[in-house]
Design a protein around this ligand. Sequence first.
Ligand code: PMP
Length: 357
Amino acid sequence: MKKHNFSAGPSILDESVIKDAASAVLNYAGTGLSLLEVSHRGKEFTATIEEARNLMKELLDVPEGYEVIFLGGGASLQFYQAPLNLLKTKAAYVDSGTWASKAAKEAKLVGEVVTFSSKADNYVWYPKPWEKNEVPDDVDYLHITTNNTVYGTELRYDPDVKTRLVGDMSSDIFTREVDVAKYDLIYGGAQKNIAPAGVTFVIVRRDALGHVDRPLPTMLDYRTHIEKDSMFNTPPVFPIYVALQTMKWYKELGGVKALEKMNLEKARILYDAIDSSRLFRGTVNPEDRSIMNVCFVMKDEYKELEKDFFDLATSRGISSIKGHRSVGGFRASLYNALPKTSVEVLIEAMKDFERKH
Ligand code: PMP
């Protein structure tokens, strides 16, 4: 039986997508060849990547003047590639968690960086420097990590800032409607809400590029990949194919608006269960709670029961709810493909456990 997969990433994909991928691995688009062994320049894959690019633009309502590219290297390479392409002298970074601080670290290799951080409070709240007009006027861009996968905080709106805005949306792309026009660059690894690991999506405003003086390595210049339609070198064929299947499924479900509604409902029932529990408590500031990664722990007086709850959950087919080592306790990741019924199974386990203790 399929387990209830709450993994933070790589994470759950819809079963119909996995079946489609399995069938393409055996026989891709009627070619009599496996998806794993075809040329990326063949007409079938050229059509796949083009459809993926167009569907991403359609689902996210990407305005004119923006390009969608598919790269390798993960979001972690974007931590360096983004500043290389956009940072002239100085950038501002919201240090809202583990990944955000890694992004700022790479940017410091390229230029001056100012940060707005909640690290001293173990990242339980989301810094919002634009609310107090604290973003310096002279920065080339402000970088935000819209969802903090490790700590479970999220910025669920697109801030108005006077400078360029760059967003790492690795763990919340396609989970809420995004006003792409507010950003100059959005990027993320695909392995949470789109595909297996291996492909990175980049949405970039064309005219944000070409303003830095430094020579850019060919592979790290976004313009290389724009000009070659993400085919400058061999793209990650398999994850791009799976990304397309996921996006087709999203379209069938009613697009991002419908996904957001489902996500809000899943998060609501789980946070309600946590807030009304005698044993559990959420770990972050309620107004900054992520609807993707729900972090919770046993209250101090019940701490020793954590292992017992973990065992009970495991016995009910609940997989991957162990919290990240920097938070402890539990983390339930509620990505798009996780059905509400899985969340209900988790809540039922929490309630049964509470009745016993
Ligand atoms: N940013 C965020 C918000 C993430 O959650 C992750 C991965 N968990 C990364 C960046 C790093 O992504 P990758 O492993 O694709 O480099």
